[in-house]
Design a protein around this ligand. Structure first.
Ligand SMILES: [Zn+2]
Length: 274
């Protein structure tokens, strides 16, 4: 079974058609033909004025507007070059098909959370998860890790190989699986949890009816775990009651909440995936 492949269902909103090229940058045959009709003297005059402004600018020691030649030839760094503008300091939002970009956790920080060592989380998250499993067991609830850290290579297989196997297009595949580089599982803080007594609900919305889910809802925050994709989440990812993430230290918190802050606008009506 490929439960791990059924991942990250997300809302694909009914968006209006998005144009690749902004209106202002499109080739406009009407404008072009008008430009061709412009008298040569007018173009020459404009060029001449531009050249004069450029020369005066150089004489006055001020950089001519839009002059890359001047700034690249300067030997003294200008103060503005060492203090980038607000738009330059803001890192670009990296999303793909509705998923945020995440760094892969360093292998040295990963620790097994399953007896066969196949499933791993970051040390801090692994410790808290084991504590949580123990506490749940005392209440007769069996929390089972289904999928935890995933490398880019593993996600590559989940996304592309299964996509090809099933003959899915990228958009359809992205509804149930994050593209490599865009899964919370890369961080080593996120995992899918099942109910050991009801494995049929693994990675299925029906997991919400299990004792394990009810226990998690009531207790997971005490161990700094939270559901990544609750109903109507602002990220627009479809409801995933089985997918939880650790947010109990600064790095994990920043990992998820900075992505959220910079993230995509929330669609109005997220839908559940099949
Ligand atoms: Zn997951």
């Amino acid at each position: 079974m490929d439960n791990a492949g059924i991942e990250k269902p997300l809302k694909v909103p009914e968006t209006p058609p998005i144009d690749d090229i902004p209106v202002a940058l499109r080739d406009n045959p009407v404008v072009e033909s008008q430009n061709r009709l412009k008298p040569a003297w007018l173009i020459g005059g404009l060029l001449g004025l531009g050249g004069l402004a450029f020369i005066f600018g150089m004489l006055l020691g001020a950089p001519a507007p839009n002059s890359k030649v001047i700034s690249s030839e300067q030997t003294q760094p200008r103060p503005t070059q060492s203090s980038p503008s607000a738009t330059e300091t803001q890192p670009p939002v990296r999303t793909l098909l509705g998923h945020f970009a995440y760094e892969e956790a360093p292998k040295s920080d990963l620790e097994p959370i399953s007896s066969d060592s196949r499933l791993r989380l970051r040390k801090v998250a692994a410790k808290k998860f084991q504590e949580m499993v123990g506490a749940a067991r005392q209440s007769g609830v069996i929390l089972v890790p289904i999928s935890a850290f995933r490398s880019l290579k593993e996600q590559q297989h989940l996304f592309f190989d299964i996509k090809a196997e099933r003959g899915q297009d990228a958009k359809t595949r992205a509804e149930v699986s994050a593209p490599p580089g865009y899964s919370e599982h890369h961080t080593g803080y996120a995992l899918d949890i099942g109910d050991g007594k009801v494995p049929a609900t693994d990675v299925n919305p029906n997991f919400e009816h299990t004792a394990a889910f009810k226990w998690l809802q009531a207790n997971a925050t005490h161990f700094s775990f939270e559901m990544s994709f609750p109903r109507n989440n602002t990220q627009g990812v479809s409801y995933e009651p089985w997918h939880w993430r650790y947010v109990g230290d600064q790095q994990s918190l920043e990992t998820f909440y900075q992505a959220k802050k910079l993230g995509v606008p929330s669609p109005e009506s997220p839908v559940r995936s099949p």
